[in-house]
Design a protein around this ligand. Structure first.
Ligand code: PLP
Length: 406
């Protein structure tokens, strides 16, 4: 049974107060809180087991290397990858997508080639492709959401043309909570010889993932949203795509031999991991993924679906609230404005006084904000430890904000 009270006790920060009120943490879409097992893994990593990895022959270096390298298998298991050699460590999704842009896309795309994107991408899955547009004349093709915030996979597929080389798409919108049928997109894209990069930053947090079944070429995740340390992350790269990639960051660890005239590279995935990595962050990331697998991502998804249904019901009852995104099956991420002149920042400040942490702004998704015709929204994003009672606290705090600002 999913015992949310017991789970909450695993997260020490949830016991604290903010502004004299119990913390109601609804900013999980930005970054999630950490369970004690992750905090312990990080503390132990520095206090007892720290040394640089891969280089030394001494005890601590071997221990740190073993702990660090074991995480590759944990990530592969979490994502359903066929082999841990398909996992490249990094500092998070932003680095993962930039790596694909520099190491895979840039060397193989010419002026006029196309990348298909959805309008609800995070800037991390937009800006690296703009670089290719600016530098190489690559064209970006955008697919819009409908009035409910749903993104029709068939519209993405219809955007594929003879010059399309890549579809770069989120599995789950960080603003609207919309889920995308990425498996369907991968299936058709591959029939047409087009690669698919899936931004799994939000998708992997809320439901089980299996990249082999999904059929994507690249799948990026970020540790801090998965209840792990910031500065940790990974990207799954299908083996044949990894073979097509050129290393883009040079330094220690990614080489086999260096002389004045030639270099030879390490085997993948290390060929794409230059320099001293986030050793302890990655070890903490492994602890977070093991924690999630123990809870069971199916159970997390079920709990969050209940929260999403309850929050939808309560929030749609507030007829002065402008809810953005009501697509069927949406995740427990709610963006909203308030009728009148209330600014998202003012709303979030009032909520904060009630101990409710939400995010206000453009959520690094400015093309989506333009599409929605708003400059900013407030966003309440739920996680595995949130409760129906916290939905009620949010609604009470919103009613207060409306009475003060409306
Ligand atoms: N993609 C999505 C959908 C996100 O929500 C985020 C973070 O908000 C990112 C990418 C970027 O993740 P990071 O900042 O951890 O690299």
């Amino acid at each position: 049974m999913y015992d949310v009270a017991k789970i909450r006790a695993d997260f020490p920060i949830l016991a604290r107060e903010v502004n004299g009120k119990p913390l109601v943490y609804l900013d999980n879409g930005a970054s999630a809180q950490k369970p004690q097992v992750v905090i312990d893994a990080v503390t132990r990593g520095y206090a007892e087991e720290y040394a640089n990895v891969h280089r030394g022959l001494h005890y601590l270096s071997n221990l740190a290397t073993d702990k660090y390298e074991a995480v590759r298998g944990i990530v592969a298991r979490f994502l359903g990858a066929a082999s841990e050699d398909e996992i490249i460590f990094n500092s998070g999704t932003t680095e993962g997508i930039n790596m694909v842009a520099y190491a895979w896309a840039a060397p193989r795309m010419q002026a006029g080639d196309e990348i298909v994107l959805s309008v609800m991408e995070h800037h991390a899955n937009i800006v690296p492709w703009h670089f290719l547009r600016e530098r190489q004349g690559v064209e970006l093709k955008w697919v819009d959401t409908d009035a409910t915030g749903a993104l029709d996979a068939e519209k993405v597929i219809a955007a594929i043309g003879p010059k399309t080389k890549l579809i770069a798409i989120t599995q789950l919108s960080n603003v609207l909570g919309t889920q995308v049928d990425v498996a369907r997109i991968c299936q058709v894209a591959h029939e047409k010889g087009v690669a698919v990069l899936v931004d799994g930053s939000q998708g992997a947090v809320h439901a089980p993932v299996n990249v082999a079944e999904m059929g994507c070429d690249f799948y990026a995740i970020t540790g801090h949203k998965l209840y792990g340390p910031s500065g940790s992350g990974a990207i799954y790269v299908k083996r044949e795509r990894m073979d097509e990639m050129q290393p883009f960051m040079g330094g220690g660890d990614m080489i086999r031999d260096v002389s004045k005239d030639v270099i030879t590279y390490n085997d993948p995935p290390m060929k794409f991991e230059a320099g001293t990595p986030g050793i302890v962050q990655t070890i903490g990331f492994g602890a977070a993924l093991e924690y999630l697998m123990e809870l069971g991502m199916k159970n997390v998804a079920k709990h969050e679906a209940d929260l999403a249904a309850y929050a939808s019901e309560r929030l749609t009852g507030l007829n002065w609230l402008g809810l953005q995104g009501t697509a069927p099956g949406k995740a427990a991420i709610f963006s909203f404005t308030m009728e009148g002149t209330a600014h998202a920042h003012d709303i979030s400040t009032i909520l904060d006084k009630k101990g409710v942490a939400v995010r206000a702004g453009h959520h690094c998704a400015q093309p989506l904000m333009q599409h929605l015709g708003v400059s900013a929204t407030c966003r309440a994003s739920f996680g595995l430890y949130n409760t129906r009672e916290e939905v009620d606290v949010l609604v009470d705090a919103l009613e207060l904000a409306h009475s003060l600002l409306g």
